[in-house]
Design a protein around this ligand. Structure first.
Ligand code: SF4
Length: 334
């Protein structure tokens, strides 16, 4: 397998902005949003500033749904490139803007459409389930898309005797195999550099430092397999350990009676958790679990994006039409 990882850009800091400069930028974003009938969609891993100005904050699935349902003419997508592509596929009549074209994704880059075609040729008749963190071209070669929130549901909707190719995230794939009890799933060996960096030693340290906290783990994390084994052996308390998507973490934290949580995913979600579950304490299992691709978006380039209608993300119609089939199947199931 040949994997060419994109270079992770350095974060674009905005601490240099004075209070009045920030206020000016915010006012201009609001004026431009109205002028262009635009909405700002922000992923939960975005910097707090962008989560705070967004019309909607969520995970990949939630943002896909918002992109499909909004009446806006313009979508400013504060996320990464494959997410903007998905919005463009679902809403071809809308203008989808990505504030910074460096917003790539190491996981989406771990498989190309050519590699997927080769893999399919090695497994004729297999059904292809692609995590939504893939390029439009890879989605176009897939039968179903899924997110971490609905991956188990999607797999369970496929007849049990049907062989499945699951891509590109190895750790999510291993979790899905365990959850569904299916052996006839082949896994692509891709990973997200952020979640793959969250290892079981991080979890052990966090649990030692914060023994009463609930542990919330994203299934893309490298620590997932060890945690699942520890759950089976009783080393981890199943009542206090949950494997959840980012939106699942938010919902769970809001409803749970616990008031302390250690969170194993990209640290941007802590802002959302703190906002939606005030009074509770959240701590990252790994403070350095920061996605540089997500962090290239900021107030200045969102403002510039609306000012200059850039960077317009489009998907060729022939690819979009095939990719939409896989995405629509996902949205209709879960
Ligand atoms: S956190 Fe990982 S999967 Fe998400 S955008 Fe960044 S590199 Fe991609």
């Amino acid at each position: 397998m040949t994997v060419t990882l994109p270079v992770v850009p350095p974060p674009v800091e905005e601490e240099h902005l004075s209070k009045s400069q920030r206020a000016e930028i915010l006012a201009e974003i609001d004026a431009l949003r109205t002028k262009h009938n635009a909405v700002v969609l922000a992923h939960s891993y975005q910097v707090p500033d962008l989560q705070d100005i967004a019309d909607f904050v969520g995970d990949s699935l939630g943002l896909s749904r918002q992109a499909a349902e909004t009446d806006a003419d313009v979508i400013v997508f504060c996320g990464v490139h494959f997410m903007a592509e998905t919005a463009a596929i679902l809403s071809p009549e809308k203008t989808v803007l990505l504030p910074d074209l460096r917003a790539g994704c190491s996981l989406a880059s771990s498989i190309t459409a050519d590699e997927l075609r080769d893999w399919k040729a090695q497994h004729p008749g297999a059904v292809v389930v692609s995590y939504v963190n893939t390029t439009a071209e890879v989605k176009a070669e897939s039968d179903y898309c899924c997110t971490s929130a609905n991956a188990v549901q999607i797999i369970q909707s496929i007849p049990e005797d049907q062989k499945i190719l699951f891509l590109p995230d190895l750790f999510l794939g291993e979790w899905v195999k365990r959850e569904t009890g299916r052996e006839n799933i082949e896994l692509w060996l891709g990973e997200c550099h952020v979640h793959a960096g969250i290892v079981s030693e991080d979890v052990e340290r966090a649990r030692h430092d914060w023994p009463d906290a609930e542990l919330l783990i994203h299934p893309e994390c490298a620590c997932g397999s060890k945690c699942m084994l520890d759950l089976q052996s009783g080393k981890l308390d199943s009542a206090r350990t949950k494997v959840l998507s980012t939106e699942g973490m938010v919902r769970h934290a809001m409803q749970s009676e616990s008031d302390q949580f250690v969170v194993a995913t990209e640290t941007g979600v802590l802002h959302r958790l703190n906002k939606l579950a005030p009074g509770k304490e959240f701590r990252a299992v790994r403070e350095s679990a920061v996605c540089g691709f997500m962090k290239v978006n900021n107030l200045t380039n969102v403002r510039d994006s609306l000012r200059h209608m850039r960077h317009h993300v489009t998907v060729p119609q022939e690819i979009a039409d095939r990719a939409r089939v896989a995405i629509d199947r996902m949205v209709s199931i879960g």
